[in-house]
Design a protein around this ligand. Structure first.
Ligand SMILES: [Zn+2]
Ligand SMILES: [Zn+2]
Length: 835
């Protein structure tokens, strides 16, 4: 075994660290080891084993957590590529790739030191020392700590703190005085992972557990029977589920049933069911839904798309495809059919979906098609559940993986196909380190795996469409909606004109109101998009003109009427509703503008008999809430649904015949070169919700920018027209896809530091040759203060990604040499937001 190993640790440093491998230990490249790093224990990934003696003295590896690699050679390579491409610390990349934090347990222990013994026995406690300016209470707590530790070898922080009832601060003080020693002995949890399983008691042993007297005469054979005969409907459901699955079902599966949790407890108390822990490996999943026959009627375009995927997969070499299908054209069916072909051929596939796409209904469909071969990774999973799913995939138990962003790292073997649904969705970009874009990582992973990658969208990103036009990907179109349903007719309403004609600012134009009324009569359904939550977005003082801003951010606080708070939508800070102006004390505080909450109220006033629902982040906490509201719409319990961009995402509600758009074009005023693209995408997506059933749909699009090309092309369902026009603009301005772009943000909670640091970097850029890279800045970021940080930024553009990358790399090294903390200089390669 080589003498040393290099370990990538999850710290914001662009380097790996060398450790000595003690005799007898056998770490593996790609496996985890536990090491000490700055008085802490950390788990890191071994990236190299070697005999080169490091320049600095090395510590020993504490323990080896994995006998075999958790990251195979391909994923290691992918991780290094991400670190390089996005200038991210490689240890942070690996941590993102491995959702196994639940297997690592933090433990801090304390021991009494010699000086502590002395203090305890020689009266050092009495406070005679000159430095001791401690209150009697503090002396007493210190005594309790020493007394507790004197009687044992060591104590965990948790037990010590509760036994001596002391704060961490007291312990830290005692460590400084060298009375006690603190040690981090964090380690991996027990290697075997356990799951809770409900077990139906067999008839033979159930009688002993029954409450005495309840079935006094029951013999062993009848015990269970007579007990079950007295069950209520919920209890019956649970018992039947268990019996139907051979008597053993994972607790999680039972909890997913529509039965109160107390029911299970009651059955356990009555001795009919046991809850046992079993190692996850031995756990056999209960109900194995058979993959259904999967009989989709494909139209010729769908058929052709599927064929292309099947051919690509069969070739087993890298191929990219952009599947551009209008809203409602049946892309999902093509994905699932393609994945099923991969499964039948014995390979693996990954389907990435946007954040909001993974509703329980979607999960049910996936189980229907793939049975137990599917692993679903979504943001609502706990760390433990995520780790479980990861191991299932790693073991090869689940070869079909569906999930949000980080599912691109799923440890499948023999990957043949990656599909990225709604590839333009911004939730694929991680907005913290490592700032990777899952779509681009998917393409790279497919290249490394000789696999096929399919990017699907109704509104492809300019980058992807450009790549397809340049023949980097095959372009496959689904130009028609399924069953020849027409795309909805779009009517534009000029809100400036509406203002002139009615003499006042309108939220709902006369035309939209009329169209809504027409739909409510025959019980058709309406969706209204207002991409701004809350009641009023601005609170303004009429006396001095100041607006109420967040304490931590340079943005206006939003009035939320229902919760009676002012809320910052950027950092979450909340404040009471102001009665007087915070600047001048005037009572003339006015609330301006309309958010989704106010729109709902307004519509209630206009259409008192309509049943109105609202879908935004205030009404939706998780995917289940989301599903509940959509179900209500689907089942006709709602006439009108108001919401933010959440309502625009790809769900199929057949009763919606009218979509109203109320202020979706505010983004056009933002200082961001992607504003037009985002607006076009949002308008197209939301328009796509109309007319997915038998009745054709209509869209009423209210706008203050009726002539803007993003609005015009969206109104005409003309993606290619928009694309050509936008591309011209990007080309003139040297924006992506004509250049590689990076945003460098310098931040500090102290204004002077933010200014100073951005000044240092500005001077460095000025004094450094950077041919072929344009550097703009330093400038105040459009949101100059966010979450307490002052923010200044540079925007870098280059036709050559290599040059851009090299310059950024040198810049980061220079920043570190100037003692600018690495965490305060954020390098965002291919940034989606320049705010
Ligand atoms: Zn004022
Ligand atoms: Zn804030």
């Amino acid at each position: 075994m080589p003498e040393f190993c290099d370990v990538a640790l999850p710290v914001p440093l662009d380097t790996a660290f060398s450790y000595r491998v003690p005799e007898g230990m056998q770490p593996a490249v790609g496996g985890r080891v536990l090491v000490s790093f700055r008085q802490q224990r950390m788990s890191g990934i071994v990236i190299d084993l070697h005999d080169r003696t490091p320049a600095v003295v090395t510590k020993n590896v504490v323990s080896v957590l994995d006998a075999s690699p958790v990251l195979d050679a391909q994923l290691l390579r992918l991780g290094k590529w991400i670190a390089d491409y996005y200038l991210a610390p490689v240890g942070e990349v690996f941590r993102t790739m491995l959702p196994l934090s639940a297997e690592f347990k933090r433990t801090i222990v304390y021991r009494i030191a010699e000086q502590g013994q002395l203090a305890l026995h020689l009266g050092g406690m009495s406070g005679s020392s000159a430095r001791a300016r401690r209150t009697p209470e503090e002396q007493l707590s210190e005594f309790r700590v020493l007394d507790y530790l004197a009687n044992r070898d060591e104590a965990s922080e948790q037990s010590l703190r509760s036994a001596a009832s002391v704060s961490r601060a007291v312990l830290a003080g005692m460590v400084r005085k060298k009375w006690i020693v603190r040690e981090d002995v964090s380690d991996a949890r027990d290697a075997a992972r356990f799951v809770k399983v409900a077990v139906l008691r067999s008839a033979e042993d159930s009688h002993s557990a029954l409450v005495p007297g309840e079935h006094p005469s029951a013999g062993s054979g009848q015990a269970a029977h007579s007990a079950t005969s007295k069950l209520n409907a919920n209890q019956q459901t649970l018992i039947e589920t268990l019996a139907g699955a051979g008597g053993r079902v994972a607790l999680k599966t039972l909890q997913a049933l529509d039965v109160p949790r107390t029911t299970l407890n009651t059955l356990v108390k009555r001795g009919l069911i046991d809850i046992v822990e079993e190692p996850a490996e031995f756990h056999v999943s209960s109900s194995k839904p058979r993959p259904s026959p999967f009989d989709f009627q494909f139209n010729p375009a769908q058929q052709q798309a599927l064929q292309r995927i099947e051919q690509g997969v069969a070739a087993r070499k890298f191929a990219g495809m952009l599947l551009h299908g209008v809203t409602g054209s049946g892309k999902t069916a093509v994905y699932l059919a393609g994945m099923r072909a991969v499964l039948e051929a014995g390979h693996s596939a990954i389907l990435l979906v946007p954040e909001i796409g993974l509703t329980p209904a979607v999960a049910a469909d996936l189980h229907q098609v793939f049975g137990d071969e599917v692993a679903i990774l979504h943001s609502a999973l706990s760390d433990k559940e995520r780790a479980e799913q990861w191991h299932r995939i790693k073991r090869g138990d689940a070869r079909m993986v569906v999930g949000t962003r980080s599912a691109v790292f799923a440890p499948v073997a023999d990957l043949a196909l990656i599909i990225v649904d709604e590839e333009q969705d911004s939730s694929y970009k991680q907005e913290e380190s490592p700032r990777y874009h899952a779509r681009d990582v998917a393409v790279m992973r497919a290249k490394m795996a000789d696999a096929m990658v399919v990017l699907g969208s109704a509104t492809p990103s300019l980058e992807s469409y450009y790549n397809a036009k340049k023949n980097k990907y095959a372009l496959v179109e689904l130009p028609d909606r399924v069953e020849q349903r027409p795309l909805p007719e779009v009517e534009l309403i000029d809100m400036k004109q509406e203002f002139q004609e009615t003499g006042q600012e309108q939220v709902i134009s006369r035309k939209l109101a009329e169209e809504i009324r027409e739909r409510l009569e025959p019980k058709e359904q309406v969706m209204i998009l207002l991409n701004r939550r809350g009641y009023s977005p601005v609170a303004l003082c009429r006396a001095c003109g100041s607006r109420m801003e967040c304490r931590n951010c340079a943005v206006a606080m939003t009035h939320h009427k229902g919760s009676r708070r002012m809320v910052c939508h950027y950092c979450g800070f909340q404040a009471p509703i102001p009665k007087t102006c915070g600047e001048c004390g005037s009572e003339y505080v006015y609330f301006l503008g309309t958010g989704s909450e106010k729109l709902e109220e307004l519509l209630h006033g206009m259409f008192p008999s309509a049943r109105i629902g609202r879908l935004d982040r205030d009404t939706v906490r998780g995917n289940e809430d989301f599903e509940r509201v959509l179900n209500a719409l689907n089942e006709g319990q709602l006439d009108l649904l108001v919401g933010t961009q959440m309502i625009a995402k790809g769900h199929d509600v057949h009763g919606v015949t009218l979509v109203g758009v109320v202020g979706a074009d505010t983004a056009l005023g933002l200082p961001d070169f992607r504003a037009a693209e985002r607006t076009f995408q949002l308008l197209t997506q939301v328009a796509g919700r109309a007319g997915r059933g038998q009745t054709p749909g209509k869209v009423v699009l209210q706008t203050y920018f009726p002539d803007h090309y993003a609005v015009q092309y969206a109104a005409h369902h003309d993606f290619v027209g928009f694309y050509e026009k936008e591309l011209q603009f990007r080309s003139w301005m040297h924006y992506p896809p004509y250049s590689a772009l990076a945003n460098v943000l310098v931040r500090s909670d102290k204004l002077e530091e933010a200014l100073q640091w951005s000044g240092i970097l500005g001077k460095w850029f000025d004094g450094t040759r950077h041919e072929g890279v344009r550097v703009l800045g330093p400038a105040a970021a459009p949101i100059v203060r966010l979450k307490r940080d002052y923010r200044y930024h540079f925007v870098l553009k280059s036709a050559s990604r290599e040059k851009l990358n090299a310059l950024l790399r040198t810049m980061v090294a220079y920043a570190v040499s100037q003692k600018i903390p690495r965490t305060q200089v954020i390098v965002d390669v291919d940034a989606l937001w320049l705010m």
